[in-house]
Ligand binder design. Sequence first.
Ligand code: FAD
Length: 415
Amino acid sequence: MTTHRTPTPADLGNDIDIDLDLDVDTEADATDVIVVGARAAGAATALLLARAGLRVLVVDRSRYGADTLSTHALLRGGVVQLHRWGLLERVVAAGTPPIRSTSFDYGTERVTLAVKPAHGVDALYAPRRTVLDPILVDAAREAGARVRYGVTVHDVVRDAAGRVCGIRGRGNDGTPVEHWARWVVGADGTRSAVAEAVGAPFQRLGRSASAFSYGYWSDLEVAGYEWVFRPGACAGLIPTNDGQVCVFTGSTPARIGRGGRAVFEEIVAEASPDVAARLASATAPRGLRTFAGRPGYLRRSHGPGWALVGDAGYWKDPISAHGLTDALRDAELLAWAILDERDDPTGEGAALRAYQATRDRLAADLFEVTDVIAGQAWTDEEIPGLLMRLSSAAAAEVDATDRLAAERPAAPVAA
Ligand SMILES: Cc1cc2nc3c(=O)[nH]c(=O)nc-3n(C[C@H](O)[C@H](O)[C@H](O)COP(=O)(O)OP(=O)(O)OC[C@H]3O[C@@H](n4cnc5c(N)ncnc54)[C@H](O)[C@@H]3O)c2cc1C
């Protein structure tokens, strides 16, 4: 609903410049937090803030339930978060198969690890994004968040002191859209308009990137997550909804090129003759999707009135299968930080600084080792050690998230 109305500083708790010709959503005058991006990071942040009683508006240029360019293997940290938020049962009810083992094929050896019951979960899951993202959005709505699709944000609004206090964008029909709030959260992915608008500096840059092709096979025999790591020829099998298995190949951007089935099959055959044989007798998809690769980065994650979460602030190569898990973790860290900021009379941003410090500490080794693996320049002998480091960093993250949750008895996780 749009209408002409002049907001007052009291509407926002901020000292804003008032433009008499603005098109504004009157409901937005009472918004605490605007979240840009309604997927893993944004919908989860909105859910937690809304459950804690904040008035949250989520905007996204996409549409409800749309797919996105991403495979979707959740690691233990992500599954634990969904369980703690009471959403894992919805993932299971959507027919997402439990994953009870992970195997690593290094060419020289194959190691299979059972998923041990721990931290309240006894299996991993890899829901399609058409399943996971709507579950998070539905839960955010149920908690009271308003969600508007079809809005593309292209700038932020600042008050007279320079603090971010809103967003500017356009609806699908071209209508200018403007909303105000006390905080703006950029959860708008790797090409974040919010990060650009606030000028969030890059604090760490990766040196390498892998490219990926993937598609969905039916009638494919699979035993849990299956990862194959050969230099320049990686592959993976991810059991998912509707009895399908997401099969991906990863290599250098030069080798993956524009994708295509011939390159895909060549990489699978080189990575694992066993997987190639199983694919040959399964039902192949009509098409494959290709990601050309992007080196990792960490951006500054906060400033006056704004914060970044998920890929908008922290991206690492998908070879770690860790982006979603980190997005869910950081959603919770950021939700706590915003709640602390709200209660901090000094308004100096200490909680948001702590949010970034925790994110960066947990990211430190994971980012580095992911960058090395993404370079595809390791040997068969080196890769087990690199994956061990990756797995230790991931385990440390789960422990840290558990500790943080235990320290926060009033954490915004209860439904
Ligand atoms: C090929 C590939 C494979 C991957 N595989 C895995 C995997 O197996 N496991 C894993 O954990 N991670 C994986 N990832 C990473 C994972 O996809 C991301 O980490 C995850 O999507 C981050 O979620 P997000 O909510 O931060 O961002 P996104 O999922 O990118 O969501 C951002 C949202 O913001 C919206 N948006 C963007 N710009 C604007 C704007 N200007 N205005 C309004 N809305 C906007 C978009 O429409 C989108 O809905 C993979 C990524 C790729 C590319």
